[in-house]
Design a protein around this ligand. Structure first.
Ligand code: GDD
Ligand code: MG
Length: 343
């Protein structure tokens, strides 16, 4: 089955991290998220992808090419202008070869088992089945109201918290029949959440929701981005860490230069070519990208350091995302325990 990955959004809330990067290419434990995502989907038997791109599209194309290097097949749907989530799907129509396909918001971090969703879609006879998850505060998401059989009666995008009809939200994973595309006008911006889903529901067409199991998180804000790294290092999401494990909770790439007078407190990931000087204290929950330099006596914990960053001497970086030309700090209290693990 083909999967269409929506990867063209602006990612404004993650700036400056996404200033020059499409959000799904943001590094997650030193690998672009989209690479983790494609690997995960591949492990579920998917090998045929269409990526809907717009902003910084070349970064995605150059990284994945036709997908062969990753053992998959990738085609690109390039939008001339931002067409919105439904507009992007409509624009990809010529590349969708079968009558049924999966659509995924590529910025969602998940390890979801798709089989139950596909089976539910098949047995309910839905035109669209929306994968759902539950969160404490649904106001940043698409929220649904359902019947006991799972049929969706209402879909409201980002309602004020007190008006949300439930805590069940759109997880950004859909199974769609190609016929649904007839309801999306071509050549203009269309939001699937604000326009298409409400229209299909109003027309009485079978739109269903099915709760998906497994880790789920929208990484779209700084605090969630850090929460995601914490969860990944805790093993709550099963990502293939990019380097060998040197000891319990410590992964180190090649050609690093780590002073024997530095202290590593697991969990810690250190990218290739990175230098850690004497007196530095790294961890817990520190992810250092490629070719980072941590000068003497600096300390970092709950931090993600992007490739090529040099951290000044004798400084403290906690609850921080640091790039070569930016420093973002979040207060620990803001980091939500939001990764949802449903068994
Ligand atoms: N190709 C393309 N073109 N992709 C787009 C466009 C577009 O015009 N607009 C958005 N996208 C992509 C984004 O790159 C992202 O991967 C995905 O579509 C969703 O867009 P976001 O901007 O991240 O939406 P959101 O996080 O506010 O809300 C969406 O995701 C929630 C789950 O995290 C909605 O689908 C909500 O209903 C949902 O709950
Ligand atoms: Mg998002």
């Amino acid at each position: 089955m083909q999967a269409l990955l929506l990867a063209g959004g602006l990612g404004t809330r993650l700036r400056p991290l996404t200033e020059h990067l499409p959000k799904p290419m943001a590094p997650v434990v030193n690998r672009p998220w989209l690479e983790h995502l494609i690997k995960h989907l591949q492990s579920q038997g998917l090998s045929d992808f269409v990526i809907a791109v717009k902003h910084n599209a070349d970064i995605i194309r150059n990284h994945f090419g036709d997908g062969r290097r990753f053992g998959v097949n990738i085609a690109y749907s390039q939008e001339p202008e931002l067409l919105g989530t439904a507009g992007a799907i409509k624009h990809a129509e010529p590349l969708l070869t079968a009558n049924r396909f999966i659509v995924i918001n590529a910025d969602i971090i998940h390890h979801v088992d798709l089989l139950p969703l596909l089976e539910f879609h098949q047995s309910s006879g839905a035109l669209v089945t929306i994968g759902l998850t539950e969160v404490e505060d649904p106001s940043q998401y698409g929220v649904v109201q359902q019947t006991s059989s799972g049929r969706i009666l209402r879909f409201v995008e980002k309602p004020p918290r007190h008006k949300a009809p439930s805590n069940r939200i759109n997880a950004g994973i859909y199974v769609m029949e190609k016929e649904a595309l007839a309801w999306i006008p071509a050549g203009r911006e269309v939001s699937i959440e604000r326009e298409t889903f409400p229209l299909l529901i109003r027309k009485g067409l079978p739109v269903y929701g099915c709760t998906v199991r497994g880790y789920w998180l929208d990484m779209g804000t700084h605090d969630r981005y850090l929460a995601l790294h914490r969860d990944a290092l805790d093993g709550k999401i099963d990502l293939q860490l990019p380097y060998p494990r040197k000891m319990e909770g410590v992964w180190i790439g090649e050609n690093t230069n780590i002073s024997s007078h530095a202290i590593l407190i697991p969990p810690v990931v250190i990218g290739p070519g990175t230098k850690v000087e004497r007196g530095a204290v790294i961890g817990p929950y520190a992810v250092l990208g490629e070719n980072v330099t941590v000068h003497a006596d600096s300390r970092l914990a709950h931090a993600v350091i992007l490739p090529g960053t040099r951290l000044a001497q004798n400084r403290v970086f906690r609850h921080a995302i640091v790039g070569p030309d930016f420093l973002i700090t979040t207060r620990p209290a803001e980091i939500p325990r939001q990764g949802v693990m449903q068994q």
